[in-house]
Design a binder for this molecule. Structure first.
Ligand code: PRP
Length: 216
């Protein structure tokens, strides 16, 4: 079986709504943060399908015994926000994954070369091979940052097939690089925009998500 990158754009009205709010240049930081939180929540909800580990058992209801399914608390869960902008999606993700460990990864692109460099790495030396990893980064543009993040994770034992990425706007260069390097990967994004300009910004995109989230 040949593995292929899968990119899902969930056709959900709440995701469309908060994407529209985030795209609007007139949206102030305080509302932009709300949009990121909501997008983080609903994209995580979508990504959790067939990814969150469950265990089947039975439960005694007031009227009898019935089959039941719980989330398996034994399987390690991790959320990796790519700083800074990925922090905007974290709160919404955390509300759905309260048991997940949070491992911050700080990456910043050089404004001229667009090459990412790492200024903070809170990843553990080694992940348990069964760890479910959710990466949050609202922008997948040239793909340099997300590829760097995947390299850091897979070097530490993360299985790409157990990894999900949530993003808000993804662009073809990033998707092509991810597909070539990690064909089993699954991405949930609010939209795919066709262009990345020569400054590395997705067009029409939503501008600089980090600056808009933090008002800087
Ligand atoms: C932005 C964005 C992504 C990255 C995407 O981060 O949040 O992490 O660029 O670009 P790429 O696909 O071309 O690598 P930035 O470096 O601006 O840092 P910030 O999140 O702190 O604003």
């Amino acid at each position: 079986m040949t593995l292929q990158l899968r990119v899902y754009v969930p056709p959900h009205p709440l995701i469309k709504h908060w994407l529209a709010v985030a795209r609007d240049a007139a949206t102030p930081s305080v509302l932009f943060r709300s949009a990121m939180t909501e997008l983080g929540r609903w994209l995580t909800y979508e990504a959790a399908r067939e990814w969150l580990p469950t265990q089947d058992t039975t439960v005694q209801s007031p009227l009898g015994i019935c089959p039941a399914t719980y989330i398996d608390p034994e399987v390690p869960m991790a959320v990796v926000p790519i700083l800074r902008a990925g922090l905007g999606l974290l709160e919404g993700a955390q509300t759905l994954l309260p048991l997940a460990s949070i491992y911050h990864l700080g990456l910043v692109r050089d404004e001229t070369t667009l090459q990412p460099s790492c200024y903070l790495n809170k990843l553990p030396e080694k992940f348990h091979p069964q760890t479910r990893v959710l990466i949050t980064d609202p922008m997948l543009a040239t793909g340099g940052s997300i590829i760097k993040a995947m390299e850091e994770l897979t070097q530490r034992g993360v299985d790409p097939a157990l990894t999900r990425i949530i993003s808000v706007v993804a662009a073809p260069p990033a998707l092509q690089k991810l597909g070539a390097a990690y064909p089993g990967l699954i991405i949930y994004t609010a939209t795919i925009d066709e262009q990345v300009n020569d400054r590395g910004f997705i067009v029409p995109g939503l501008g600089d998500a980090g600056d808009r989230t933090f008002g800087t």
